[in-house]
Design a protein around this ligand. Structure first.
Ligand code: URA
Length: 232
């Protein structure tokens, strides 16, 4: 049994206070009878709840992928900066989504969101070792010694030790970097420790997931196939 206002909110009908207004306006019915009490107890899957004649399904797990543009911070709120939440379409703002890990303000590319706390923790845990692949443009050009030092697990200028990572030079001032953890400014700091200041950074892959044509600044739900691919 759960409260009707929570059930409606979990169904994506709005925040708890928005839902209270919907109830007050008589737009909700339970088993065919109008219902105005936000605290009414209902049994999901048994009682039939409708909003404006549309059936409400209760909690649904949501996983969303964004192609993040530069200039937005990864946070649910910020008093100064624009946040990635502002890029979510109106309908998704009621889904209680949280960003999975973090991309810096200037970093672009693949960023996941979910309302499933367990999934979130599985995806960001270094123990699960989900590889994250970045494309970087940088000063200098990666040498075989740089590649070797990434592979051995390098030590940042402040003494922080990193897990072994893959550095793949693509050409002058361009590399691909694969890491399995998400320390603060990790890729920028790893590159800086080898005197290759990063000028542009984009996450292009997380596990098996890629942006596969999603335009910059756009968001969509994962497909069924993609959902299966992120399950450990
Ligand atoms: N590493 C960084 O330095 N920045 C990011 O946004 C992600 C990884």
């Amino acid at each position: 049994m759960e409260r009707l206002d929570k059930f409606l909110s979990d169904s994506g009908a709005g925040t708890r206070s928005q839902v209270k207004l919907l109830l007050k306006a008589g737009r909700v019915s339970v088993d065919g009878k109008p219902e105005k009490d936000p605290g009414k107890k209902i049994e999901p899957g048994k009682n039939l709840v409708f909003l404006d004649g549309a059936p409400m399904g209760g909690y649904q797990r949501r996983v969303v992928i964004m192609n993040k543009p530069a200039g937005f911070v990864t946070a649910t709120e910020d008093s100064v900066e624009k946040t990635v939440m502002e890029l979510l379409p109106e309908q998704m703002r009621h889904w209680d989504l949280k960003p999975v890990g973090r991309l810096d303000k200037q970093t672009e590319g693949l960023l996941l969101f979910t309302n499933d706390g367990d999934l979130l923790h599985r995806l960001i845990s270094p123990k699960k070792e989900v590889p994250k692949i970045y494309y970087a443009r940088h000063e200098g050009t990666a040498s075989p010694e740089d590649v070797q030092s990434f592979a051995a697990g390098l030590t940042l200028r402040d003494g922080t030790e990193c897990l072994p990572a893959l550095l793949e030079p693509i050409g002058p001032g361009e590399s691909r970097v694969t890491v399995r953890e998400g320390k603060y400014h990790q890729v920028r700091r790893m590159m800086a420790s080898r005197n290759m200041t990063v000028l542009y950074l984009e996450r292009i892959q997380e596990g098996n997931l890629t942006l596969s044509g999603l335009p910059r600044g756009q968001v969509r739900e994962l497909t069924e196939k993609e959902l299966l691919s992120i399950e450990p």
